[in-house]
Structures are given as structure tokens and as C-alpha cells.
Write a new protein. Sequence first.
Length: 255
Amino acid sequence: MKLKSVLDLYQKQMIISITLLTHMEMVDRVVVATKLQRADLLIDFPKETEKICAIPVGGIRDQDIHQEESLQSTPIQKFITVSRLAAEKHIDIAIKAICDARKKFPMISLDIYGQGGEDSKLRELIKEMNAESYVNLKGHSNQMDQVYPNYDAFISGSYSEGFGLTYIEALDAGLPIVTFKARFGAVELVKDGVNGYLKDFSRTDEEYSKEQLTEGILQLLQTNQREIVNNTRISVKDYQDSIIANKWKELNNGL
């Protein structure tokens, strides 16, 4: 998509958002993707509890999800991230954090799935960090459901995720997550110390962000890994397709 098209689309979205927020009486329902976004809107519109709804924009297939004991007997070593290779995803910070964490845990590795404009820059960074043996760009895959089970944990350097579908996919595959305490998706889906680790970040101090993400990796590697893995799948049970479909059905029936 060309830059002008992206800007035009963004401008249209902004106009729709402003119109919506200044004419709430004109709509029957407002649907947002996360409970946090709903809570934010209710600060400005405290009387619209029935009108403002939170329904996830993506989910996982229906399955029998329950708390179960992990059969994991080997320590967490193989990290994965799945993302567009774009500057705003801060994959470079994830790479640097993995490199730093290897000073204490030299067996860990990172595979990066995705495509985008930062490909060449990331390759240069991997070479500069002498990390070619343990950080790999794997390209795009249409079968991520078959890829996730080959890994032990998910990492993200993104400062903002409106929803975070890859987080849901990773948790559903039994992978704990290390990422930043970013609204909305990460804070909604990752519970610090339960199914992953959320770390602070700075938009103006990349070194601080890198140190924080490194700390999150070390926390995961030093924690009771079996317990945290046990909490992953159960944490996304409410994102099954049938549950999301029922929420839309209830919304439509209420109009």
C-alpha cells in the first residue's frame, strides 16, 4: 500500500472516530476489541455501559481448554517472534535483548517470522551482533499453527498492539510471552508472572527498553517454568471462536 493511501485511510479513520465520540447519541452500539479500550471510553461516557461493548477481533478454534500439567521437561530455550518487519515493531530491541540474555543463558535462540521493509536492517544487526548462529529470519509462513509448537516462548518488542492476535496464538500453543507493558493487547492478554512477563519501556530511551526486555527474558528463564507454561492456554479460553460468535449474536439480538 502506498504512503498516500495509508495516510488517506488514517485520515478517514480519524474523522470517523472524532465523529463517533462527538455524536455518541447517533449510534446504537460501539464495539471495541479489548476490555481496556471499553474502560477508557466509559471514562468519557460513564452512562453508556450498555452501548459500549468489547468483542475480540480474532480468536482461536474451539477446543477443550482446561488447566493441565505441563509435560515440559527441558528448560525454555527457543524463542519466537511473529511480526511485520517494521520499525514500529522494534524487533531490533528483541534481538539485542536475546543477545544480552545469552550472557547468562548461552543456549537460548530466536527465530523471527514475518516480512517487511526492515529485513535488510535486521540482517545487518544480526551480523553486527555476531548472532547468526542463534538469531534467524525465517520469512513468512501460512502455517503458524504448525510452527508455534516447535518453540518454547514468544517475545515481542512492540510498544503498542491494538489487539495482539499473535499473542493469543502463542498462548494457545503453550508459549509464555515476554513483552512490553503496552496498551492494549499486551496488557489485556499477558498477566505478569502468570503467563508471561510485562516490562516497562521508554519511547525515548531504547537502551532502557532493551534492558527491561532482557530482564523479562531472565525472569522467565529463572522462574518455575512448568507453572507458567501451565497457565498459558487456560488464559485464552475466552477467545474461542464460539464464545466470540455468541457475543456478536447477543449484540445483534439486543438491537
